[in-house]
Design a protein around this ligand. Structure first.
Ligand code: NAP
Length: 493
C-alpha cells in the first residue's frame, strides 16, 4: 500500500489529527510554524504538525490544572468508566492505529497491531486499578487518636515520550495518571506525533472531559522547560534517553517535582552451556531484533558460555539470515527501517569501532540495499567489553556475541555497566536461574524468555536506567501522594 492511500484511509476514519490538543480544542502553533512527519520506510512526508513551544505548553498546563479540580473529584468508578470506554475505542480502531504506527515509526504492521493491544491493555488495566487505590488506617499510639493515610493524586503530570512505541509509552503513563485523578500534558516525540494525536482524539470520543488530556509537540527543550518550571505541574514522567532523562531530573529540582524516568538499557543476554539451544536462539532473536533493535529492553550484549558458543552462533546466524527486511506494510517483513539517518550513523560507528578493535562481522554489517534508513540484520563475534557495542545501547539490528567461561565471569560482565533495565538468561538449571536472577543488577529479568513486558508486571530500571516503575499494581503509586491525617480528641463524649 502507498503512504498516500493509507493516510487517506486513516483520514476517513477521523483519526488523522494534525493539530495539538489544548483544553479540548485542536490548535495550531500560535506562530503557525509546523514540522514535517515522514514515513521512514519511503521518506515520504505524511503530515505537518504544529511546532509548539512555551506559550502553547503553558496554556496546556493551565487547562490541565483547571480540569484537575473536577476530574480528581469524580469517584473512582466514574473515572474507571471513562478509561474503559477509551480502551474499547482504542481496540475498535486497532487497525487504523497500527497503520499510523507503521506509517510514522516503520515497525512491521503485525508488530504495530501488537503494540496497539499492549498499549490499550494499560488503559484497561488501570481502568480496573482505579477502584483499588486503598488508603490505610494505622493503629494509634494513644487511645484518643485515629491515624489515617489517604492516597491522593499528585496533580498535573507532564508526560514526555519517545518514538519507539508511539502508543504504548503514552498509555503506560496516562492510564495510571488518569485512573487516580491526575490530568496530563503529553509531549510525544517529534517523529511520531500522529499516533499520540489519534489516541487523544479517541480519549475525547470516550467522553474524557476537556483539559484532562492535552497534547503539545514541537520544540522539545522549550516544552520541557515550560513543564519543568511550572509550579502547577507536580510530576514529570519521562521515557527516553538517559542523557535527556538526566537533564529533566536536574530541571525538576527547581520546583521539587516528583520524577519517574524510564531510560536507556544495555541488556545482557546470558546463554549458559546447559541452555536449550532452540529456546535460547528463539528468545535471543526476539529480545534482540524486535522493532529492528530499537527498544530499551533489546539484548545489547549476547554473552555465550564457551561450551555452547559455536553451536549457538551457527544456529543464531541461520535464524538472523531469515529475517526479512522491508517496508512494514509488506507481508512477511519482520525488520523495518531505523527511525532516521542519525540512528543509522550511530549503528555504523559502533560497528566500525568494533571492527577496528578486532571484532568480526559474521553477517550484515552494512546498510541494506533498500537504501534510506534500512540496515542489514547483523551479527558480530569476538566482541570485547571495551567496544562501544558492549558499552552502550546500539539501538539497531546488531547482535554482538561475547564468550565467557564461568557463571561468575558472566555476572561480572553483565553488571559492568551503568545501565540496569532488562537482562535475559537461558539455562535449564533451576538453581542457576534463581542465583543469577538475584545477582543481576537489573529491574527486569527474563528466564528462558525474550519478551517479558506486560501491563500486569512492574517495568523499570535500576542504576542509570531510571527511577520508578510503570504498569502493574505498583505503577499507580507513581501518581499518588500519601497524606497522613491525625484525628485527635476522639474520646470526648
Ligand atoms: P530522547 O531523544 O531522549 O527523546 C525522548 C523524548 O524526549 C522525545 O519526546 C523528545 O522530543 C524529548 N526531548 C528531547 N530533548 C528534550 C528536552 N531537552 N526536554 C524535554 N524533552 C526532550 O529518546 P528517543 O531517541 O526518542 O528514545 C530512545 C531512548 O528511549 C533509548 O535510549 C531507549 O532505551 C529509551 N527508552 C526507554 C524505555 C524504558 O522504558 N526504559 C522505553 C523506550 C525507550 P523530540 O523527539 O521531539 O526531540
Amino acid at each position: 500500500m502507498e503512504t498516500k492511500s493509507i493516510a487517506t484511509r486513516i483520514q476517513n476514519s477521523g483519526l488523522f489529527r494534525t493539530q495539538g490538543l489544548i483544553g479540548g480544542k485542536w490548535v495550531d502553533a500560535y506562530d503557525g510554524k509546523t514540522i514535517k512527519v515522514n514515513n521512514p520506510a519511503t521518506g515520504e512526508i505524511i503530515a505537518e504538525v504544529p511546532y509548539m513551544g512555551k506559550r502553547e505548553t503553558n496554556d496546556a498546563i493551565s487547562s490541565a490544572y483547571d480540569a484537575f479540580n473536577s476530574w480528581s473529584k469524580l469517584t473512582a468508578a466514574e473515572r474507571s468508566k471513562y478509561l474503559r470506554e477509551w480502551y474499547d475505542l482504542l481496540m475498535t480502531h486497532k487497525e487504523e492505529l497500527a497503520q499510523l504506527i507503521t506509517l510514522e515509526q516503520g515497525k512491521p504492521l503485525k508488530d504495530a497491531m501488537g503494540e496497539v493491544t499492549y498499549g490499550a491493555d494499560f488503559i484497561e488495566f488501570f481502568s480496573e486499578e482505579a477502584k483499588r487505590v486503598y488508603g490505610d488506617v494505622i493503629p494509634a499510639t494513644s487511645s484518643d487518636r485515629r491515624l489515617v493515610v489517604l492516597k491522593q493524586p499528585v496533580g498535573v503530570v507532564g508526560a514526555i515520550t519517545p518514538w519507539n512505541f508511539p502508543l504504548a509509552m503514552i498509555t503506560r503513563k496516562v492510564g495510571p495518571a488518569l485512573a487516580c485523578g491526575c490530568t496530563v500534558v503529553i509531549k510525544p516525540s517529534e517523529f511520531t506525533p500522529l499516533t499520540a494525536l489519534a489516541a487523544a482524539e479517541l480519549a475525547l470520543q470516550a467522553g474524557i472531559p476537556q483539559g484532562v488530556v492535552n497534547v503539545v509537540m514541537g520544540n522539545a527543550p522549550d516544552i520541557g522547560e515550560a513543564l519543568l518550571s511550572s509550579t502547577q505541574v507536580r510530576k514529570i514522567t519521562f521515557t527516553g534517553s538517559t542523557a535527556v532523562g538526566k537533564k529533566l531530573m536536574a530541571g525538576a529540582a527547581g520546583t521539587v517535582k516528583k520524577v519517574s524516568l524510564e531510560l536507556g538499557g544495555n541488556a545482557p543476554c546470558l546463554v549458559f552451556d546447559d541452555a536449550d539451544l532452540d529456546v535460547a536462539v528463539k528468545g535471543t532473536l526476539a529480545a534482540k531484533f524486535r522493532n529492528s533493535g530499537q527498544t530499551c529492553v533489546c539484548a545489547n550484549r549476547i554473552l555465550v558460555q564457551e561450551g555452547i558458543y559455536e553451536k549457538f552462533a551457527d544456529a543464531f546466524l541461520k535464524a538472523v539470515q531469515n529475517l526479512q527486511v522491508g517496508d512494514g506494510f509488506t507481508e512477511g517483513v519482520v525488520q523495518g527501517p531505523l527511525i532516521n539517518e542519525a540512528a543509522v550513523k550511530k549503528v555504523e560507528s559502533f560497528v566500525q569501532d568494533a571492527i577496528s578493535k578486532g571484532a568480526k562481522v559474521l553477517l550484515g554489517g552494512k546498510r541494506h540495499s533498500l537504501g534510506l534508513t534500512f540496515y542489514e540484520p547483523t551479527v558480530v563475534s569476538d566482541v570485547k567489553n571495551e567496544m562501544l557495542l558492549a558499552k552502550e545501547e546500539v539501538f539497531g539490528p546488531v547482535a554482538p556475541l561475547l564468550q565467557f567461561k564461568t557463571e561468575e565471569e558472566a555476572i561480572r560482565i553483565a553488571n559492568d555497566t551503568n545501565a540496569g533495565l532488562a537482562a535475559y538468561i537461558f539455562t535449564n538449571n533451576v538453581q542457576r536461574t534463581w542465583r543469577v536472577s538475584e545477582a543481576l543488577e537489573y529491574g527486569l529479568v527474563g528466564v528462558n524468555e525474550g519478551l517479558i513486558s506486560t501491563e500486569v508486571a512492574p517495568f523499570g530500571g535500576v542504576k542509570q536506567s531510571g527511577l520508578g516503575r510503570e504498569g502493574s499494581k505498583y505503577g499507580i503509586d507513581e501518581y499518588l501522594e500519601l497524606k497522613y491525617v491525625c484525628f485527635g480528641d476522639m474520646n470526648r463524649k
